[in-house]
Design a protein around this ligand. Structure first.
Ligand SMILES: C[S@@+](CC[C@H](N)C(=O)[O-])C[C@H]1O[C@@H](n2cnc3c(N)ncnc32)[C@H](O)[C@@H]1O
Length: 315
């Protein structure tokens, strides 16, 4: 067995457990269950996997494998709940956690008899580690539902470029370049549309593929250059998250205030930050920040009072 085969194996395990609530029944036993493939691996393929893990340890102390696990887990966590945040340092912590999980599996495979209890213990320890990691990085309040075996996915949709242009009230003849779309989505529809119109546009999203105009990054890790952007837009992304965290007064709320300020000062004179939904706490305080003007554009058909679009222009 080589690394690719092993990764296929890991993927099956991830897919199988992808909707499980890690916090369910936490004090008793792990809600992560082994797949049939995992159990076969522990018996029939034991020797092959062990040799492969020996190699992985020799080559890079499981570095490539634990990186893979980490990326896969972060993707899964944020797909299930778009409001979760993991900074680079937390990803390093998660990688260490996966490295010790791989070490435990490796050790298990070296034992003579692999019993059901040993597998249970290993999964229990690992899922408890994951729970602690989630609490440490995002706070306990986020994970309130402990009685359901499966998690309720928090939906994160992408919208057509036409709808975004309408809601953000973008005039492609007047928009100041360069344009940056924060949370542009994996399909980066608005960026594509603006570029098609010949407008120099870029996007950031934690779920895009990097290229010359897209940055696969967490928006907290993006450095907003001072006095640089003509227009910054964000539809159903940055302001939506800011509202959620500020309202919950959770671990991340202060980071949003800091980032908002950085975004505002990265706009050059005459440029704007255009976003929807609205962020009342920002709009109500902007008068106190010299050199910015707020304009609210209500969406006539909106059912929710926060569903309006805001343009903050730097004078
Ligand atoms: C509801 S979608 C909106 C996408 C797009 N703006 C649209 O209207 O179609 C929100 C987007 O924000 C991205 N996102 C959420 N948190 C993020 C973060 N911390 N850093 C970068 N992107 C993030 C998600 O990956 C997702 O693509």
């Amino acid at each position: 067995m080589n690394r690719e085969k092993l990764i296929e194996f890991i993927d099956v395990q991830f897919n199988y457990n992808s909707r499980k609530n890690l916090f369910y029944n936490r004090e008793n036993k792990s809600n992560i269950r082994p797949t049939k493939e995992f159990l076969i691996g522990c018996s029939e393929l034991k020797e092959e996997i062990k040799v492969c893990l020996d190699d992985e340890y020799e080559n890079d102390k499981y570095d490539a494998l634990s990186s893979y696990f980490t990326k896969r887990a972060i993707k899964l966590f944020t797909e299930n709940n778009q409001y979760l945040y993991f900074q680079r340092k937390s990803c390093e912590d998660l990688k260490r956690l996966y490295s010790s999980y791989i070490f435990d599996i490796h050790r298990l495979l070296k034992t003579k008899s692999i019993t059901w209890q040993k597998i249970e213990r290993l999964l229990y320890r690992h899922s408890n580690n994951l729970c602690n990691f989630l609490i440490n990085t995002n706070g306990e309040n986020v994970f309130t539902s402990k009685s359901n075996k499966y998690i309720d996915k928090i939906i994160c949709e992408e919208y057509s470029s036409k709808l975004q242009v309408d809601i953000l009230n973008i005039n492609t003849n007047k928009i100041l370049e360069p344009v940056l779309d924060i949370g542009c989505g994996s399909n980066f529809g608005l960026v594509k549309y603006l570029r098609y119109k010949g407008i120099e546009s870029y996007g950031i999203d934690r779920n895009v593929q990097n290229n010359s105009f897209l940055y696969k990054l967490d928006w907290f890790d993006f450095r907003f250059r001072r006095d640089y952007w003509g227009t910054i837009v964000s539809h159903m992304a940055f302001s939506n998250h800011a509202y959620h965290h500020i309202k919950k007064k959770d671990l991340h709320k202060d980071k949003f205030f800091v980032k908002i300020k950085e975004i505002l000062y990265s706009i050059k004179s005459g440029g704007s930050f255009i976003y929807a939904p609205g962020l009342p706490i920002l709009e109500n305080s902007i008068d106190k920040i010299d050199g910015f003007k707020v304009n609210i554009h209500s969406l006539g058909y909106a059912m929710d009072s926060r569903l309006y679009c805001t343009t903050i222009t730097r004078e």
